[in-house]
Design a protein around this ligand. Structure first.
Ligand code: ADP
Ligand code: MN
Ligand code: MN
Ligand code: MN
Length: 369
């Protein structure tokens, strides 16, 4: 039992016994486009819609998002989750970032994504996304993967993917704590698994409709940062954490479907969407994550960065269509190109834009040629 002689006792005090006040942790993406920042404030009562929550501000010059002489950045609350760390009625608030004039910051891909997902042609199609977030756990101070001998390497890849046992899985307590905390928070996490490289894991978020995919993934990443902070382990979303040798990189495969793809005749719609993605390969790759070129080598279950390819059940292709989707004649496909450090708002909205809004001339003729 916790007693007042431990800090944990006070951290776990149930505020609702004595006050209607709650603590709201405001979370946002910082200047690198991948770093998460957060700070907390007291609110006078619990609120269930982000529209009821107050806007807030922070010092953008400290996050690489503003100049010191005009440093204010405004946070707009966009999505609410339960706070698994504080419990009770306390909340996590996913925010996006604006200048005082109300213009989205350059790093605010959520605002641009919202415009695309609000378009009638896109909204009508109810785009679903399933994001497979891979990540690497590192030993603190030495920045070397968990389970790897200090100054050396583990046995070659093979036994680690979905592996069990003290010589194959490292950090499972973190993974499990994160999994349950996400479910508690209301994040739509759909599963977890150990990855090919030892010390690497994956969680999946989805299927989520449109903008929700980004909000849920950012919340899941935030919870994971906090879990690893507790465990004194460093979290990395590097696309290629170990650049030399036969070690897998870390991606964020993006599974995608529209209403038409999920309905009878969907396979044709999928084929056409893949055709469009192929035509815009360069544009997509450019925005699929910093340092992704180190990962997309054509080895280790990736396709080469320079060449677009697709295939059924092909894990060496840019786009993979599942066997089940082929057999059913409808379903979804997987864009395997995005790296672990990608911006989910950017990637999901780009896929929707290219496949639903972009109308290249002569595509039909080209596809059937
Ligand atoms: P993989 O076989 O590539 O490892 P996972 O099982 O890890 O795939 O992840 C698949 C993801 O796709 C899950 O998050 C799942 O919820 C999501 N998903 C399932 N069906 C659809 C669909 N129709 N459209 C979009 N995403 C989907
Ligand atoms: Mn997976
Ligand atoms: Mn994976
Ligand atoms: Mn996958």
């Amino acid at each position: 039992m916790l007693t007042p002689s431990s800090l944990a006792f006070f951290e776990n005090l149930d505020l609702s016994e004595v006050t209607k006040q709650i603590i709201a942790e405001y979370i946002w993406i910082g200047g690198s486009g991948c770093d998460l920042r957060s700070k907390a404030r007291t609110l006078s009562c619990s609120m269930t819609s982000p529209k009821d929550l107050p806007k807030w501000n922070y010092d953008g010059s400290s996050t690489g998002q503003a100049q010191g002489d005009d440093s204010e950045v405004i946070l707009y609350p966009q999505a609410i989750f339960r706070d698994p760390f504080r419990g009770g009625h306390n909340i996590l608030v996913i925010c996006d970032t604006y200048s005082p004039k109300g213009e989205p910051l350059p790093s605010n891909n959520r605002a641009r994504a919202a415009r695309i997902f609000e378009t009638e042609e896109v909204a009508m199609e109810e785009p679903w996304f399933g994001l497979e977030q891979e990540y690497t756990l590192l030993q603190k101070d030495i920045n070397w993967p968990l389970g790897w001998p200090v100054g050396g390497y583990p046995a070659p890849q093979g036994p680690y993917y979905c592996g069990v046992g003290a010589n194959k899985a490292w950090g499972r307590d973190i993974v499990n704590a994160h999994y349950k905390a996400c479910l508690y928070a209301g994040v739509k996490v759909s599963g977890i698994n150990g990855e090919v490289m030892p010390g690497q894991w994956e969680f999946q978020v989805g299927p989520c409709v449109g903008l929700d995919a980004g909000d849920h993934l950012i919340c899941a990443r935030y919870i994971l940062e906090r879990m690893t902070e507790i465990a004194n382990v460093v979290l990395s979303f590097e696309p290629k954490p170990i650049p030399t040798g036969e070690w897998n990189g870390a991606g964020c495969h993006t599974n995608y479907s529209t209403k038409s793809m999920r309905s009878a005749g969907g396979y044709e719609v999928i084929r056409e969407a893949i055709e469009k993605l192929g035509l815009r390969h360069k544009e997509h790759i450019a925005l699929y994550g910093e340092g992704n070129e180190k990962r997309l080598t054509g080895k280790h279950e990736t396709a080469s960065m320079d060449k677009f390819s697709w295939g059924v059940a092909d894990r060496g292709a840019s786009i993979r269509v599942g066997r089940e989707t082929e057999a059913d004649g409808k379903g979804y496909f997987e864009d395997r190109r995005p790296s672990a450090n990608m911006d989910p708002y950017l990637v999901t909205s780009m896929i929707a834009e290219t496949t639903l809004l972009w109308k290249p001339v002569g595509l039909k003729e080209k596809a059937s040629a």
